[in-house]
Design a protein around this ligand. Structure first.
Ligand code: HEM
Length: 426
């Protein structure tokens, strides 16, 4: 519901958009369509932030440097800890992509570029191939499997571990580290629980600090991901230890939850549209386009991306005050009929130029290569091994993790592999 507030500002509340409502999580599109039609931009009284919904406005705001993702610019940000109380977690966080000034961010992106170059990334392809194969080998000839359990909860964090060069016998250790890093950033956890998770990340940070020190002591730091970060130089400027830790931190926070939903939503989208799955089988060259279209179509993010105004700004006819939070609702934007024809249909041949599935502007996603490698290896292996797969009966009603802080997380998706003897006989 809306009304006009002070200065003629357009206002809504949780009755119009509640990202935690079960109805919304089950079927978000009717809510998005109301937001897109009636509230391109509005002040959300319950969330205490602006909500920007249309494709055009989301695109504009993400490219506008007067809005920063640094939550220290937020009017309600807690005061920073005194320097003497800061631990590795705090120091890595404050040097990270989402916490530094635009200028420092540009430097960070420049210095991390070589680590994300094709030659370095190509080295991880084979390792991720083995990981995906191992996950499918574990499923084997089973008549059915749960996508979340067998693939989505296993591939993303281990892919990051392999990308940053953690030895396979330390992957469980890295997994615990990653789980605690993510927990420490969850705004919907109590302070005590968050603090315990943060303490539990410290052995992981210590592991990487030791590894960085070991590499620095060698004549050459190596030409893998970590070595490229250590060796990178721009006019004599190099990354320090905490900046390198901040990159690992960013990969975990930005790349594990998102890629978990990637696997479930890729398979759910295709198995509920068998004609699109068939098309992909016939035309494997559509794979990359299909992955982006499935992400657009599924739009698993329920919370918007945050920005904070660094000055008073007039934007789309509304007055945004310095320090106010702005939610960039890109999931709604991906279903904007003004931008996408038939936004609610899945079409893996769709022309996706100008999409903002991976953001846009200075903070454009750094992990797109890893998304493509993980997503295409998973889908390719799935199609090869289970040509007759379909969703198991009863999967019309999905199991969501209702309280997930960020995503419309599907935490159980059972697939009938088509290898079930009873089904073959039927
Ligand atoms: C389905 C998977 C993914 C989606 C949909 C996705 C989407 C996005 C989006 C929309 C942004 C921009 C956020 C903003 O402007 O506030 C972003 C940034 C980022 N992503 Fe991804 N991402 C995915 C996977 C990954 C992976 C696998 C990694 C790394 C391993 C990763 C690393 C990052 C990082 C570090 C940033 C911040 C870059 C910066 O601030 O300069 N992402 N991603």
């Amino acid at each position: 519901m809306s009304n006009a507030g002070a200065d003629g500002r357009v206002e809504i509340d949780a009755r119009t958009f509640n990202p935690y409502s079960q109805d919304f999580i089950r079927a978000p599109d009717p809510v998005w369509q109301v937001l897109l039609r009636d509230y391109p931009i509005a002040w959300h009284k319950d969330l205490q932030m602006w909500l920007v919904n249309t494709h055009e406005l989301c695109d504009r705001i993400l490219k506008d440097n007067r809005f920063t993702p640094n939550f220290r610019a937020w009017e309600f940000a807690p005061p920073p800890k005194p320097d003497e109380q800061k631990n590795d977690f705090d120091l890595a966080f404050e040097k990270g992509f989402f916490a530094v000034t635009p200028q420092a961010h540009l430097r960070l992106r420049k210095l991390t570029m070589p680590a994300f170059s094709r030659p370095v990334m190509a080295k991880i392809d084979a390792k991720i191939h083995d990981l995906v194969t191992d996950c499918f080998d574990a499923i084997g000839d089973a008549p059915s499997f749960d996508v979340y359990d067998a693939l989505a909860s296993k591939i993303p964090v281990r892919s990051i571990a392999r990308m940053v060069g953690v030895p396979t016998d330390r992957e469980d250790f890295f997994h615990d580290f990653a789980v605690n890093v993510i927990k420490s950033t969850r705004i919907n956890l109590g302070a005590k629980e968050r603090d315990a998770a943060m303490q539990a990340t410290l052995p992981g940070f210590a592991y990487f600090r030791e590894e960085i020190a070991r590499r620095r002591a060698q004549p050459e730091p190596g030409n893998d991901f970590l070595g490229s970060l250590i060796g990178a130089s721009d006019n004599g400027s190099q990354l320090d230890d905490y900046e390198i830790l901040s990159v690992v931190f960013a990969l975990i926070t930005a790349g594990s939850d998102t890629a978990t939903d990637l696997h479930t939503y890729l398979l759910h989208g295709l198995l509920t549209h068998p004609e699109q799955l068939e098309l992909l089988r016939r035309r494997p060259e559509l794979m990359e386009n299909a992955i982006i279209e499935l992400l657009r179509y599924g739009s698993f993010g329920k919370m918007p991306f945050f920005r904070f105004a660094t000055e008073d700004i007039e934007f789309a006819g509304q007055q945004i005050r310095k320090g106010q939070a702005v939610g960039v609702n890109i999931s709604a934007a991906w279903h904007d009929p003004a931008r996408w024809e038939n936004p609610n249909s899945l079409d893996i041949t769709r022309k996706l130029d100008g999409n903002i599935v991976f953001g846009t502007g200075a903070h454009f996603c750094i992990g797109t290569y890893l998304v493509r490698v993980q997503g295409s290896l998973m889908l390719k292996t799935f199609m090869e091994r289970y040509p007759n797969a379909r969703l198991a009966p009863g999967q019309g009603e999905l199991d969501f993790e209702w309280n997930h802080h960020n995503a419309r997380r599907i935490n159980r998706l059972v697939v009938d592999t088509g290898l079930n003897p009873a089904r073959r006989a039927a």
